[in-house]
Write a protein that binds this ligand. Structure first.
Ligand SMILES: [Ca+2]
Ligand SMILES: [Ca+2]
Length: 212
């Protein structure tokens, strides 16, 4: 009898939790990627997204940055419904405080409630992180599961080239399929975003649930 998706999900949750809690042997703590300059990156974010120039970012302005939108409640440290530059810098420092610069990361992709096989998933860092965070990608298996990995591994040391992982950050997510055309809201004009950080997905693996 075929194993249920729930059972598979639970197995992967267990594996991913170990990885996220630092218990995964293939991501040593000494992975040494260049740190994000939190002050500079947060300033770039304000320049980019504060289109009405009032010094804070609204949810509407952040439609241009689905990655931040996905982590809105964590960025909005004072809970006033808007995001200040210091709150962005604070969230970046929170990623850095975990000491993990590479995270083992898996996700699921569904199309109309069924696992989507052979879909290409790309994590593209939001523009304000582009100087610090590298894009990652992966292809879903028959269960719709994907493990993301850096597209260009040159930032990693020579002895760490066989590591699989993604840097903490906020990303736009683009999902495409060779078999049929997925709606633009999932790729060229994506509304999908994710905040990837060691303190975000310790309990649950997210599923991208795509529909018409
Ligand atoms: Ca604004
Ligand atoms: Ca705020």
């Amino acid at each position: 009898m075929e194993q249920s998706l729930d059972a598979r999900t639970m197995a992967w949750v267990a594996i991913a939790c170990l990885a996220l809690l630092g218990g995964c042997s293939d991501v040593p703590p000494d992975v040494d990627l260049p740190p994000i300059d939190a002050d500079r990156a947060s300033r770039i974010a304000m320049d980019h997204y504060d289109t009405d120039h009032n010094g804070v970012l609204s949810r509407q302005e952040l439609n241009a940055a689905p990655g931040i939108l996905a982590g809105f409640s964590r960025f909005d440290a004072d809970g006033d419904g808007e995001i200040r530059q210091e709150e962005i810098a604070g969230r970046i420092r929170a990623w850095q405080a975990t000491g993990q610069s590479l995270i083992t990361y898996t996700s699921f992709v569904e199309w109309n409630r069924r696992p989507l096989h052979a879909a290409q998933v790309k994590f593209i860092p939001e523009a304000f992180l582009a100087d610090y965070v590298a894009p990652a990608s992966g292809t879903t298996n028959e269960s719709g599961m994907v493990m993301l990995d850096l597209i260009d591994k040159s930032p990693l040391r020579e002895d760490q080239q066989d590591l699989t992982g993604v840097q903490p950050g906020v990303y736009r997510v683009e999902i495409t399929s060779d078999k049929f055309t997925l709606p633009a809201k999932y790729n060229s004009n994506t509304t999908l975003g994710i905040e990837l950080a060691p303190d975000v997905y310790a309990r649950q693996i997210p599923t991208f649930r795509l529909t018409e």
